[in-house]
Write a protein that binds this ligand. Structure first.
Ligand code: ARG
Ligand code: ZN
Length: 415
């Protein structure tokens, strides 16, 4: 009886679990227009998962293009690359082994850990216990539910005050598979609480300002990457007329919505949704920021990978009105980050630093009036990509703390 039950469970788990045996991640280096055309043709004829940039339309000459190729297409892709003399390398030989290698073989603690990738349920119970055990500095509120009904819980950090304080808003986990991002938001909360009172900068920050942290924005997608498909990026919403699921929440904000670098095809990983804020998760965040726009002075959103510190605009090549200041702060933050382990970041406006892509939360917040709006793309530059090993959580979070604190200090000084 027990054996049968167990077999049943295993069968169920397998049925709902995408595996990636024998699948590879290639880095292509297009240097000719023909190479670019070839990559676009390839994307149209076979199923390739773009890691960087996020879709074929964003491919241009002289950028590194990282693609995940299913096993059945490996021969054809290799042949095409060789026939056309396109320089390339294999970043990941076997994606399933890389997925398994990402997790340390330390005995998996049943509870939450700052140096492991925690499931949605673990993050959620961690949020609840943080909020209840540190009530003088932290509180929680739900900003709404996700498409599948999960709560989107926001933590508010800051010394209680009778007057309204200016605030910083930071979210993590807008894209489901970028696991290092939610890990950073959790680290930030831990650091804020444990260094308040001893670190003078953190103390003054939380005395004078509130920091809102949304540890996981795309809660449904994040849960799905833990339970079913590690490579999922989008939300999990369904729509009539298509069997494809989800939209890209970072193409769903009302900033040049769906004009460039986004797809109107519901099956695409950069699908912009049926209209701006069609995704309830994007709408819940936008509603919160709109409601609090008079106090929110900075917006920080955390992604991976590529080691970039981006700021507006991404929906246009035009420079932001405060471009010079945004750049100066980004460069200071990148220098602070680099001072710890030598990790190099590139700073600049999204459109020119990576690619034009509309509908992002950073551009939307900036145009709403949030003067300091930044997108982090954390480690690494592609060796592991989305599958950054757990052993890198600590150094990545430590160095990123320095950059976020740099930005926060600047904002605080310039209130
Ligand atoms: N890799 C991120 C994305 O594609 C970069 C976001 C930059 N900002 C933007 N508005 N596109 O979502
Ligand atoms: Zn992302």
């Amino acid at each position: 009886m027990k054996v049968l039950l167990l077999l049943g469970l295993v069968a169920f788990a397998l049925a709902d679990n995408t595996r990636f045996e024998g699948e590879k991640v290639f880095r292509l280096k297009p240097v000719l227009d023909e190479h670019v055309t070839l990559i676009k043709d390839l994307a149209n004829s076979i199923e390739v998962d773009f890691w960087r940039p996020e879709n074929a339309e964003l491919v241009t000459i002289d950028i590194d293009v990282d693609i995940h190729v299913p096993a059945m297409y490996l021969d054809i892709v290799s042949t095409i690359l060789h026939q056309n003399d396109m320089e390339h390398e294999v970043l990941i030989e076997d994606l399933q082994s890389a997925i398994e290698g990402q997790i340390d073989n330390r005995p998996s603690p049943r509870t939450h850990s700052y140096t492991k990738y925690n499931s949605f349920d673990k993050v959620q119970s961690w949020i609840n216990s943080m909020a209840s055990s540190n009530s003088d500095l932290i509180s929680k509120q739900t900003i709404g539910n996700s498409y599948e009904g999960r709560p989107m819980t926001l933590l508010k950090l800051g010394k209680k005050s009778s007057s309204v304080k200016p605030a910083i808003f930071m979210d993590c986990g807008i894209h489901a598979r970028e696991w290092i991002s939610p890990a950073f938001c959790q680290w930030f909360v831990k650091e804020a609480l444990s260094t308040y009172g001893s670190d003078s900068q953190m103390t003054s920050l939380l005395n004078e300002m509130d920091v809102y942290v949304l540890p996981v924005l795309n809660v449904d997608g994040y849960d799905y990457t833990h339970k079913s498909n590690r490579m999922w990026r989008k939300t999990r919403s369904r729509r009539s007329g298509s069997s494809c699921i989800g939209a890209d929440p970072n193409r769903n904000f009302n900033a040049g919505w769906c004009t460039v670098g986004a797809s109107s095809n519901p099956c695409s990983d950069t699908y912009c949704g049926s209209r701006a804020e069609s995704e309830i998760e994007a709408k819940n965040v936008a509603d919160f920021i709109r409601r609090n726009k008079s106090i929110i002075k900075a917006y920080i959103t955390v992604h991976s990978y590529s080691q970039l510190l981006l700021f507006p605009y991404s929906y246009t090549f035009e420079l932001a009105a405060t471009h010079n200041e945004l750049m100066k702060v980004a460069e200071g933050a990148s220098a602070a980050l680099r001072s710890l382990y030598g990790t190099r970041y590139t700073s600049g406006p999204g459109a020119t630093t990576i690619y034009p892509a509309a509908g992002g939360s950073d551009d939307w917040a900036y145009d709403l009036g949030v003067k300091y709006s930044y997108t982090f793309e954390l480690r690494d530059t592609g060796r592991y990509g989305f599958l950054l090993p757990e052993s890198q959580i600590k150094p990545t979070c430590e160095e990123t703390m320095l950059a976020v604190k740099y930005i926060a200090a600047y904002v605080q000084k310039n209130l």
